[in-house]
Design a protein. Structure first.
Length: 764
């Protein structure tokens, strides 16, 4: 069963966001809503697309794709769904409205079409009342999280009647095409993630009052310290919307009979119209550049304060698992709060998980993919140990559930403890390569401080960076050299360059080291280092075997330059790639400036009437503005990726997809011939300098940015002179010297120092 076209009914925030994700994945989509009251009966659906285009978190990976969404309304256009393979309902949370829609859909859709609901509060069994057996067999719940593009979790809720083939079709489509992490959930209120997540939120707010903590203190204790998102508790609440939290809490209370009520002061805050980011104020409020924090007692705001919690800074320097073992030991009310919070949430999770999920693995995945936890609740329990948790439960009068009694761990020797009290093998995910597992299996050929070489099997090796933000320095370059030599001299077919860092493939070269050497006047050392970096880029391109780079997340500066020189790039869809050196007063000097000139002029060279300066101008604009692509699709439009480069929607499959590409390229592989590059000399240099002068006259750039622009122009024009063909090495030498000239200026050194200190650019 193959899904080739998707229909979505309901163009609200979720429906339009899912439509944006589907079209970004290259799948045709129909988006319907209620008919408009004016002349344009499709206006509600069109407004949904507009809302997705303007959303704070960009819903589309390429905004140009919005025009490919086919819109309509449910009175005039249901027939547009007749050739859809999957129709997702995301209408208002009213049982009668949903049932009425399903009755209409049943008379329109083809017999093989799968129907699903994105409901988060209505049981699937209630939705199906009155439907035929055939409809029931191809129906299930598909619960996305908002925003659909960025939150990985997709909970699948089959009913006892759901056809396994239909479930598998949605699971595969969700994982491979939409890039989701799918988990099977039971048809219980809140499913897995929201049931546990909202319980945790409610407990946090109640225990905050019991232990006398402030909002600032709670967010300092419940975010990165515990391996949770930096937004922690209250910042997450503002992002979600306080009205949404209250609604979900009320719905869960009604559906479960459990007490999910939030404190009364939260109700009063919402009643005052302060609902979080969407209203400009909630638990926090921004006034100019200042962040203010709510005082729950008065509902007034005061300047945000960084809490002085004894021992917190030292604890934050330790790995997550060590932190989790020690957080309860923080002094006074801080440790007491965390201990009770952990006890009550762990107890609830242990007792409720069998009602919500089919195994503990799904629970951990749901919280990791839906709520951004580094490790799920059962992995956290294993860090503390079930024996220790029994003592903590006893301290608070909490009873341990039967399925964990007499056990020491949830996970053990590649197995997990099932809800039946016995251990089962961890489920395999075909097509996923786990680097951690490879390391456990002893498939590390070289383990260095900055980078390692692993055997992916089938004759393919992997170069993995593991510096801070995967910055590229001498250790990485030497390991790359070793990896390339190992492939060439051994019985290997090729190399993948990739890693499993959650944020960055590589944030670029080691700026701290570069600045230090410049301040010490080590210019010859810097010149050698620059040459070494460039030769590493060329080695990626000209090695006698395929090298596939697998970038994702932040891929900046030197990381982008490595990517640009690969035979093939297999990029994750969420790719933030750019040559950002101008932002710190430099220019790309690892082959990046040369490469953009080569790419853009080569594109034009086949056209007799083409003006090659357009290629020069395009490279100058991209480098001079330090433009960063906000997705792999945009990276392709900007020229960082080629049409032949691949895009993987699900990060979990990225390394395996890159390996597969190496195996595809390896037979009879030949590296490309070194190019001859046409430079326009004085013609291009004059035009670029004039453009720089215009920007300065308009006050859009500073004097130092004039200097940066002139150095970029010098390289892109081939150093002035007549129009001619030059070698790569010629342009690389121009890159190196221009880089060193800029690095020798006081203002560039100030820019680098400021960025290293604040993480933000300085325009001096």
């Amino acid at each position: 069963m193959r899904i080739k076209k998707v229909g979505i009914v309901g163009a609200g925030t979720m429906g339009s966001g899912i439509a944006a994700l589907v079209i970004s994945a290259g799948v045709p989509v129909v988006l319907l809503d209620i008919p408009g009251q004016g002349e344009d009966r499709n206006e509600p659906a069109k407004k949904g697309v507009e809302r997705a285009l303007k959303s704070r978190f960009p819903a589309f990976m390429d905004k140009d794709l919005a025009r490919y969404i086919e819109v309509g309304n449910i009175e005039d256009d249901l027939a547009k769904l007749k050739d859809c393979d999957w129709v997702l309902e995301a209408v208002v949370e009213r049982l009668d409205v949903k049932r009425d829609l399903y009755a209409k859909l049943e008379g329109v859709l083809k017999p093989t079409a799968i129907v699903s609901s994105n409901t988060s509060s209505i049981p699937m069994r209630h939705l199906l009342e009155g439907r035929s057996e055939a409809f029931r067999r191809r129906f299930l719940g598909t619960h996305f999280f908002n925003p659909p593009r960025f939150l990985k979790l997709l909970e699948l809720i089959p009913t006892p009647e759901t056809d396994p083939e239909a479930l598998e079709a949605i699971r595969r489509f969700g994982e491979r095409i939409l890039g989701k992490g799918t988990v099977l959930a039971k048809d219980a209120p809140g499913f897995i993630a929201n049931r546990l997540g909202v319980f945790g939120m409610v407990q946090t707010l109640r225990l905050m009052e019991r232990h006398g903590l402030t909002i600032d203190e709670v967010d300092a204790l419940t975010g990165e310290l515990l391996g949770r998102p930096k937004s922690a508790t209250f910042r997450t609440g503002d992002l979600t919307g306080i009205d949404v939290l209250l609604l979900v809490a009320r719905e869960l209370s009604e559906a479960t009979g459990e007490d999910f009520r939030l404190p009364e002061w939260v109700e009063r805050l919402a009643a005052s119209g302060r609902l979080g980011d969407k209203t400009g104020a909630g638990f926090y409020k921004k006034e100019g550049e200042e962040i203010l924090t709510l005082d729950p007692a008065t509902l007034e705001y005061r300047p945000r304060q960084k809490p002085e919690i004894p021992g917190l800074r030292e604890l934050m320097e330790k790995p997550l698992r060590e932190r989790l073992k020690e957080v309860h030991n923080l002094p006074g009310k801080y440790g007491a709060f965390l201990k009770e919070l952990f006890a009550r949430t762990a107890h609830y999770t242990l007792h409720k998980a069998p009602e919500l999920a089919y195994d503990p693995v799904a629970v951990d995945q749901a919280m990791e993919w839906g709520y951004g936890w580094m490790e799920g609740p059962f992995k956290n329990l294993d860090v503390v140990g079930l024996a220790r948790m029994r003592e903590v439960f006893a301290e608070f009068g909490l009873e341990e559930p039967g399925w964990t009694r007499d056990k020491e761990r949830i996970y053990e020797d590649g197995r997990y403890l099932g809800f039946d009290g016995t251990y089962h093998p961890l489920p395999e995910r075909p097509g996923v390569i786990h680097l951690k597992r490879l390391k456990e299996e002893g498939r590390v050929l070289h383990a260095g401080k900055d980078a390692s070489i692993l055997d992916l099997g089938d004759g393919v090796l992997l170069l993995e960076f593991h510096t801070k933000m995967n910055a590229i320095g001498e250790g990485v370059l030497r390991t790359l050299e070793k990896a390339l030599k190992t492939v060439e001299e051994g019985e290997y077919l090729g190399l993948v360059i990739g890693n499993e860092d959650p944020r960055a493939f590589s944030a670029g070269a080691n700026l701290a080291l570069i600045l230090s050497l410049a301040q010490e006047g080590e210019w010859e050392e810097l010149r050698r280092a620059g040459y070494y970096f460039q030769q590493a880029s060329l080695a990626i391109r000209y090695s006698p075997f395929p090298v596939v780079v697998a970038p994702f997340g932040l891929t900046l500066g030197g990381g982008a330059e490595f990517t640009l020189h690969a035979d093939h790039v297999q990029a994750h869809a969420e790719l933030y790639m750019g040559l950002v050196e101008a932002g710190v007063g430099l220019l790309p000097a690892g082959g990046g400036t040369k490469e953009m000139l080569l790419r853009f002029t080569r594109e034009l060279s086949g056209y007799a009437q083409a003006d090659l300066f357009e290629g020069v101008r395009r490279a100058f604009e991209l480098i001079g503005t330090a433009k960063v692509a906000e997705s792999a699709l945009e990276a392709r439009k900007l020229g960082f990726l080629r049409e032949r480069d691949g895009i993987t929607m699900n990060r979990d499959f990225l390394i395996a997809d890159a390996k597969r590409k190496v195996l595809e390229l390896a037979p009879d592989y030949r590296p490309p011939l070194p190019p001859r590059i046409t430079v326009l000399g004085d013609e291009a240099l004059g035009n670029l300098k004039y453009a720089i002068w215009q920007f300065r006259e308009a006050g859009e750039i500073t004097d130092h940015e004039v200097r940066i622009g002139q150095e970029v122009a010098w390289v892109l024009s081939g150093g002035g002179g007549p129009r001619r063909e030059v070698s790569e090495e010629f342009l690389l030498e121009l890159e190196r010297e221009a880089f060193l000239r800029l690095l020798g200026t006081r203002k560039t050194q100030e820019r680098i120092a400021h960025t290293l200190k604040t993480g933000k650019p300085l325009r001096n």
